[in-house]
Design a protein around this ligand. Sequence first.
Ligand SMILES: Nc1ncnc2c1ncn2[C@@H]1O[C@H](COP(=O)(O)OP(=O)(O)O)[C@@H](O)[C@H]1O
Ligand SMILES: [Mg+2]
Length: 348
Amino acid sequence: MSKILEVKNLTKEFDKFTAVKDVDFFVEEGGFFSILGPSGCGKTTLLRMISGFIEQTSGDILIKGQSMTGIPPENRPVNIVFQNLALFPMMNVYENVAFGLKRKKIEKNEIKESVLSMLSRVGLEGFEKKKVTELSGGQRQRVAIARSLVMKPSILLLDEPLGALDRQLREHMKIELKLLQKEIGTTFVYITHDQSEALVMSDKVAVMNKGRFEQIDTPQNLYKNPKTAFTASFVGESNRFDIKRDGNHIITSSGLSFIKDGLQNEVTQLFIRPEAFIIEPAQDDKDIQQMNIKVKTILFDGSNTKISALSEKNDEILISLPQNSKFDDIKEGDTIRVGITQDNLKCF
Ligand SMILES: Nc1ncnc2c1ncn2[C@@H]1O[C@H](COP(=O)(O)OP(=O)(O)O)[C@@H](O)[C@H]1O
Ligand SMILES: [Mg+2]
């Protein structure tokens, strides 16, 4: 696989404020790369530098090995889909998708062929004459993507394109977008503050915090092996404890104690995923550190059951129950034994 996009030590300063700091990554051709971070962390600024709408303070952007510095947006082989989609409300679907090609003075028949073939690829065959104002949110989304893809960009940049949709449609569109990307094979660079979007759709995800990248990894690794406390707390759900270390003992501020071998550095925070707890493990299993918890409430959301419980030191603990009918009779007020293995104690 070749690198289609290389971003090298990219920094953007606005007066004294650094919005993007030393960002360094590459994207492989045909990949789906997401940049995940909270609002205000610099995602849009980074995308605007790649598209050429703003100039970096330092660093470089290479597309297919060629530096983009000094190259205006219209001459870069990229296209953006914005959160608000920016469709032309007075135009029908066909005219919206044809817009960029017309501006490029492409011949009329060629435009027609490209637009119709793109509309069929995004599942909007027969929608040419519809006003975009008559479409559903998901259909408008697909028009916006068709309008960008018809320009045959090497890279499609997407700035929180599902942000304005309601939850159900967003769930559906994230799967559709991933399938569409696989089918057409265009490289996607997707930014979002929604971790589930990033995890579901991407081959690689960069977690961004305060202008910097904290970790670039596969969705699975980000979840299983977060390298920083920020990534551990931003990606997925966790129980978090303030801790002190004494040799291979870690002690929470409430007084819970765990053994964790091999820690080299000072650590101050412990993260445990809700699903990392083992319910009623074998009592004599030395590899499982065990404690009693008191069930406060059962949280059933249709597909999963979690329990919110109190530790013996009164810490609130969230635990996922495995789907197994032998736990069906756990109820509020019960005391149950749970266990955890060392590798599920993530310390930072
Ligand atoms: N043109 C600008 N001038 C000054 N500050 C800006 C400008 N554009 C963005 N910022 C600041 O940079 C930070 C990152 O913004 P942005 O890239 O839009 O974040 P995100 O897309 O992750 O929400 C914010 O604090 C924002 O206020
Ligand atoms: Mg933004």
